[in-house]
Design a protein around this ligand. Structure first.
Ligand SMILES: Cc1cc2nc3c(=O)[nH]c(=O)nc-3n(C[C@H](O)[C@H](O)[C@H](O)COP(=O)(O)OP(=O)(O)OC[C@H]3O[C@@H](n4cnc5c(N)ncnc54)[C@H](O)[C@@H]3O)c2cc1C
Ligand SMILES: NC(=O)c1ccc[n+]([C@@H]2O[C@H](COP(=O)([O-])OP(=O)(O)OC[C@H]3O[C@@H](n4cnc5c(N)ncnc54)[C@H](O)[C@@H]3O)[C@@H](O)[C@H]2O)c1
Length: 470
């Protein structure tokens, strides 16, 4: 016999998006039901950001041991216990898990149901023995790895992000299909942890990034010994005695393990969205500028919303929904202002438009750069790869910034603020950056914007004129 639960808000999916909406609504005193069919915390905590960054951190330590001699400290080839590395990864997950746990949410007053949720009408969801009737719903069911129809793939064992972090045996040779952020982050981490790695990418690796920045990452990956096969699709996969073989054009690449990382599909299976009048396509739910679906009482948050797929974007969606649903304050989804970072080494961070996008949209633009090779801190740390690259309109309004280099994600933050606050580049020349920090490169790049006019014949003439009053 189904139990009927009445709620102000019913959230389906307890990942980055769903948890943030549920917590916000509960803390504002609303009656919230949260439905989760798998692990609390979703992809980010269990099979995405957290384990990948923990693995990258372990790999970075190994690489530092190999490269220590540049500081006069003897380099050593690290002895890597891959199972212990995975224990570290799962230890990090366990450390963060209480924040996302059922207990914590119940403590906030949320009714948590650990079942698959599906619509049974425009204003009701069924989850196990429960029928939930709510004033508003949020679909935050995330995304699932896309498995392409490559002949032979279904007949061989392969990893996706859902299984990769359960692997406790160091791959001898990891083949990765897909050179997007997952493929590249995992390629470098596994290479540094001792595996041979081949990345097969149909286009260019990190193909959505500014090519000038991606080239710097590519050079490092090649230097570290990663085999990058670009411009060739994986056409066929076969089982071999020692693992798998992937055919790309005339080449058959043999490896011990395979990771498939060719993008994501929205998680909508078995949700009976038709019963609720919620339209979707292969990118995700169809939403308006306020993240409402085609059923105005049902909203979307996170990867399933069909836009950019990042944890901080899912969290941002939640804040937009809290304003729209609870405060009745029409609030637009401005996720284009969100930065993104690929946590390879050197890191690659971007906010706003790339140079190419800015040229297409604005025509006349100005681009300025500052390399870390001219930054004293980077010199001291012997990490001089990379640069800060700023794109403005002709009046100096910032359109986008990219940073590639150590700590790029953190260095990007002031540029993210500048973009959302509609600042001009002038704000960065007025700012005083502490010496010696990598953030000085931002200020130097901003100053470069003015160097044509500052050191022009006209300005020299003016200074000469003013010297008459000395
Ligand atoms: C390997 C990897 C690394 C990543 N690294 C980063 C990073 O460094 N930084 C970053 O910003 N982003 C990163 N991402 C992306 C990030 O993980 C996602 O953007 C984020 O998790 C999306 O959150 P979400 O709430 O939309 O979905 P999810 O976290 O996927 O949560 C959705 C939840 O809904 C549940 N669910 C689905 N259907 C139903 C149903 N019918 N009923 C009940 N429950 C359901 C699922 O079980 C899941 O728990 C990474 C992703 C991957 C795969
Ligand atoms: N640091 C981060 O924030 C981070 C890290 C990992 C993932 N993510 C999120 O997860 C999403 C998914 O990542 P992803 O790397 O799986 O997807 P992606 O779509 O970003 O990249 C997939 C790549 O695979 C290539 N490809 C597709 N089919 C192929 C084939 N048959 N053979 C060879 N190459 C093929 C594509 O050209 C593309 O470059 C990202 O877009 C991002 O939103 C974020």
């Amino acid at each position: 016999m189904a139990q009927t639960i009445k709620a102000d808000l019913c959230v389906i999916g307890a990942g980055s998006g769903g948890l943030s909406v549920a917590a916000g609504a509960a803390m504002l005193g609303r009656n919230v039901v949260l439905i989760e069919k798998g692990e609390m915390g979703g992809d980010c905590l269990n099979t995405g950001c957290v384990p990948s960054k923990a693995l990258i951190a372990a790999a970075a330590r190994a690489q530092e041991m190999r490269e220590a001699d540049k500081f006069g400290v003897a380099s050593v080839e690290p002895n890597i216990d891959f199972a212990a590395v995975m224990d570290h990864v799962h230890g990090v997950i366990a450390g963060i898990a209480p924040i996302d746990s059922q207990e914590r949410f119940e403590g906030l007053g949320v009714t948590v149901i650990r079942e698959h949720g599906a619509f049974s009408g425009p204003r009701e969801v069924t989850a196990g023995d429960n029928l939930i009737r709510a004033k508003h719903f949020v679909i935050a069911t995330g995304s699932t790895p896309l498995v392409p129809p490559i002949p032979g793939l279904e007949d061989v064992p392969y990893f996706t992000n859902e299984t990769l972090f359960d692997n406790r045996i160091a791959p001898d040779h990891l083949i990765i299909i897909g050179g997007g952020p997952i493929g590249i982050e995992m390629a470098q981490a596994h290479r540094r942890l001792g595996a041979k790695v081949t990345v097969i990418e149909g286009g260019k690796i990190l193909g959505r990034e500014d090519p000038e920045l991606a080239d710097i990452v590519r050079a490092r990956l090649v230097k570290e010994g990663i085999d990058l096969v670009e411009g060739g699709q994986a056409e066929r996969v076969e089982k071999t005695p020692s693992g798998v073989s992937v055919t790309v054009g005339a080449r058959a690449i043999e490896g011990s393990h395979l990771l498939v990382a060719v993008g994501r599909k929205p998680t909508v299976e078995g949700m009976n969205l038709e019963a609720a009048g919620v339209d979707y396509d292969k990118k995700g739910l169809k939403t308006d500028s306020r993240l409402r679906t085609t059923n105005k009482r049902i909203y979307a948050a996170g990867d399933v919303a069909g836009g950019r797929q990042f944890t901080h974007v899912a969290g941002y969606h939640a804040s937009v929904l809290v304003r729209n649903i609870l405060f009745k304050a029409p609030s637009r989804n401005n996720e284009h202002l969100a930065p993104h970072v690929t946590y390879c080494d050197p890191e690659l961070a971007q906010v706003g438009l790339t140079e190419k996008e800015a040229r297409e949209r604005h025509g006349e633009i100005k681009v300025v750069r500052w390399p870390f090779s001219e930054n004293d801190r980077a010199q001291a740390e012997r990490e001089t790869e990379g640069l800060v690259k700023i794109v403005t309109d002709k009046k100096g309004y910032i359109l986008g910034t990219g940073v590639v280099g150590r700590g790029a994600g953190d260095l990007l933050q002031p540029w993210t603020l500048a973009l959302s606050s509609k600042l001009k580049i002038r704000a960065f020349t007025d700012m005083i950056a502490p010496y010696p920090t990598r953030s000085e490169a931002s200020k130097r790049a901003a100053s470069a914007w003015y160097s044509d006019t500052l050191f022009s014949d006209r300005t020299r003439f003016l200074v000469r004129l003013l010297s008459m009053f000395d």
